[in-house]
Design a protein around this ligand. Structure first.
Ligand code: PXP
Length: 250
């Protein structure tokens, strides 16, 4: 049995704060505080904290990332689109890891994976600069052979397989098909020596399906944990998810 590590994406703690305080970022009443949530996640056993600094700053703000960097005790994984502005922020921030994601202004959350085949020439220099700064790099990709191959050629440490289609599957047939795609991509990535992570849309119900994907090292889970935390508190929400991740067959 392997251990599957949990990175908690706490963007939506900031989403809730911004819903009320976007125009008053310095208000002493601005809450909830993502850093408090991060500390509770760590205390409950999360292996890392993930946050996405979007170009439109709809949830996390620069200052949130700076405070997380200074205070979290596990590791900080910064999700980011490949733009010069966010790249220079990342190089200043020095997160432990960066996960490069596609970013569209109109989307509610990250929709598809990065198209590495199309964007490899734009990604290569960014990956080089992150590596030169000592930051480990992950690429968020759809579970497709061509994407895994280019990820390996780009010499990143990790891929994060997009589990959104599996999470939203509404027939068993489609579920099986997605699990096959994810399994195939995970095996290929592991064969290339890449660390294999997964994320998007994972919740307390569909986590059972995730156990069927081989070679996983880490899951990044955001929405479902933050939503559950509203009901049972952050520590309980994280502990409940960790319990459901136990006994991963590897
Ligand atoms: N992984 C990546 C690359 C993401 O962009 C997101 C969403 O920000 C997640 C994981 C978390 O997804 P969810 O909020 O659906 O758990």
């Amino acid at each position: 049995m392997g251990t599957l590590r949990l990175g908690v994406n706490i963007d939506h703690v900031a989403t809730l704060r911004q819903a009320r305080y976007a125009t008053m970022p310095d208000s002493k009443n601005a809450e909830p505080d993502p850093l408090v949530a991060a500390s509770l996640c760590e205390r409950a056993g999360a292996s890392g904290i993930t946050a996405h600094l979007r170009a439109d700053r709809r949830h996390m703000q620069d200052r949130d990332l700076e405070r997380l960097r200074a205070n979290i005790m596990t590791k900080l994984n910064l999700e980011m689109g490949n733009t010069p502005e966010i790249l220079s922020f990342a190089l200043r921030l020095q997160p432990d890891e960066v996960c490069l994601v596609p970013e569209k202004r109109e989307e509610i959350t990250t929709e598809g994976g990065l198209d590495l085949v199309r964007h490899r020439n734009d990604l290569a220099p960014t990956i080089k600069r992150l590596h030169a700064a000592g930051i480990r790099v992950s690429l968020f990709i759809d579970p497709e052979r061509a994407q895994v191959e280019v990820a390996s050629q780009l010499e990143v440490e990790m891929v994060e397989l997009h589990t959104g289609a599996l999470a939203n599957a509404f027939t068993e047939r489609f579920e099986r098909q997605e699990l096959e795609r994810l399994g195939d991509a995970a095996r290929r990535a592991a064969n290339f020596g890449l660390q294999v992570n997964a994320g998007h849309g994972i919740n307390y119900r569909n986590i059972v399906l995730i156990h069927q994907i081989p070679h996983l090292a880490e899951l990044n889970i955001g929405h479902s944990i933050v939503a559950r935390a509203l009901i049972v508190g952050f520590e309980n929400a994280v502990r409940e998810m960790l319990a459901l991740m136990e006994n991963y067959p590897a």
